[in-house]
Design a protein around this ligand. Structure first.
Ligand code: GLU
Length: 477
């Protein structure tokens, strides 16, 4: 059975790159009828926070990426990590390195001066017992390093990138697997080691993650071999790039799923868009889809090697598609909390709010548009320049005067549309203007400007809450 995992570090809110990795993992698991698991990599004690874990889990759930089994908590497994390190030490595959930070810095400076790539020069690989004893006598602490043979030929077949090959010499020398600690102890185990131990413990069959982990994969393969663990299949998804083709970063303004949420993007549109960031739809399939539709056809054969450029127009288009597809009830569920935040009071009759949603739905791109566009229904808008200009058109105010007279004699309840049409025709007649003039003037009076949604529906909604007459009256001569 396919078992994949997302292994977020809770050092920040749910990052878009993590979310995209989550989507690919989820799609593959669901496609293969396998399992999608989570592991919280909270071993960085300084930077990990429970509220980030909560944010990540909540964000994944919001996107519709449900997981199987309780998340593994990496920090609870430090004994397992230490015992793997002990085994490597016992077998001579790892050793203690006493080189101080200053010595290592001097080493790197020299390498730089000689134009060589920075790497650990394996200086403490073969210390004698006497040498070790004298470092310890100096009170030096040691990191633990895993031996990497420069001539090691590392190969794997990547599901996205095909055959991959690395040489041990390209990995920067013997790798630190435990932080500095007194020489009789094992310091905090580090990323590459713990990932291998935990992925094996979780029986992960496929490791799907970003391309920035390729060098880690080469290192991890050496650890799988040394620890005699079952090696999973690897798939490295392309990076997400900004419009200029550089890795999307904080400077691009949005990095967290929270940012997108607060900008008014829906979970459906984000999940849909994340899928398209690196995966192309099979021929004949629309780019607008649900996660489960994508899961039906998902495979790594359609994941691109090249970086995926972030395209705001496409995300906006998808979001508009999602919003336009909502029923008035669904839109109301999404918009009502935003309206309440504005302290706008919704009429008791829910059919009014639903009718407003039905009116606004087709013109929304972001959920926030439902706030801007609903505002004139809750707060009387001021007259704008184009509205005022319309009211100064010959016959405009006199036509509105006739409308006001009809409404005062017999207020319109906003239900019977034929009644509204005949009031408009009558006002046009009496003022001696075309019906078009009355309609434009009515729009100016109700909304303050000449743009907006369908006029009769707008009037009807305002009539139902008795807001039409006061808005008309403020425009009379
Ligand atoms: N905690 C690592 C990260 O967030 C996990 C990488 C991996 O998938 O192995 O980048």
């Amino acid at each position: 059975m396919v078992r994949v995992r997302l292994a977020p570090s809770p050092t920040g809110t749910l990052h878009i790159g993590t979310a995209r990795t989550a989507v690919f993992n989820w799609l593959y698991a669901r496609h293969e009828k396998g399992q999608f698991l989570l592991r919280i990599e909270d071993t960085d004690k300084e930077r990990s926070r429970p509220e980030f874990t909560a944010n990540i889990l909540e964000g994944l759930a919001w996107l519709g990426l449900d997981w199987d089994e309780d998340p593994m908590i990496q920090s609870e497994r430090v004994e397992e990590h230490r015992s793997a390190i002990r085994m490597l030490l016992d077998r001579g595959l790892a050793y203690r390195c006493y080189a101080s930070e200053e010595e290592l810095a001097t080493m790197r400076e020299l390498q730089k001066a000689e134009n060589r790539a920075p790497r650990y020069d394996n200086r403490h690989r073969n210390l004698t017992a006497d040498q070790e004893a004298s470092f310890q006598a100096e009170g030096r602490e040691a990191v633990i390093r895993f031996r990497i043979d420069d001539n090691e030929d590392i190969r794997w077949s990547d599901l996205v990138r095909g055959p991959m090959q690395w040489r041990g010499a390209d990995l920067g020398g013997d790798m630190v697997i435990a932080r500095r600690a007194p020489a009789d102890q094992i310091g905090d185990p580090l990323y590459n080691l713990v990932v291998v131990v935990d992925d094996a413990a979780m029986e992960i069959t496929h490791v799907i993650r970003g391309e920035d982990h390729i060098a880690n994969t080469a290192k991890q393969l050496l650890l799988y071999k040394a620890l005699e663990l079952q090696v999973p299949v690897f798939a490295h998804a392309p990076l997400i790039l900004n419009a200029e083709g550089r890795k999307l970063s904080k400077r691009d303004g949005v990095t967290s799923i929270n940012d997108f949420r607060s900008m008014g993007y829906t979970a459906e549109a984000i999940a849909n868009y994340m899928t398209l960031l690196g995966w192309s739809v099979p021929e004949g399939m629309e780019e607008r889809f649900t996660l489960s539709q994508a899961a039906d056809v998902f495979g790594f054969d359609r994941v691109n090697k090249a970086g995926a450029r972030f395209d705001w127009d496409k995300l906006n288009w998808l979001n508009a598609q999602v919003l336009h597809g909502l029923t008035p009830e669904q839109l109301l569920d999404a918009a009502a909390p935003l309206w309440r935040q504005k302290k706008w009071s919704l009429p008791d009759d829910p059919s009014w709010s639903l009718a407003l949603c039905e009116l606004l739905g087709p013109s929304l791109t972001l959920l926030g548009d439902a706030v801007d566009q609903a505002q004139p229904f809750f707060v009387c808008p001021e007259l704008q320049e184009d509205g005022l200009k319309q009211l100064n058109v010959e016959g405009s105010r006199s036509a509105l005067n006739h409308l006001v007279e009809s409404l005062e004699a017999d207020p319109w309840d906003g239900i019977d549309i034929a009644e509204a049409q005949s009031m408009l025709a009558d006002a046009a007649n009496r003022a001696g203007v075309k019906k078009g003039v009355v309609m434009k003037s009515l729009r100016a009076a109700l909304l303050g400007r000449l743009q907006g949604p369908d006029l009769i529906t707008t009037w009807s909604l305002l009539a139902r809450i008795r807001q039409d007459l006061p808005r008309l009256k403020r425009c009379l001569p």
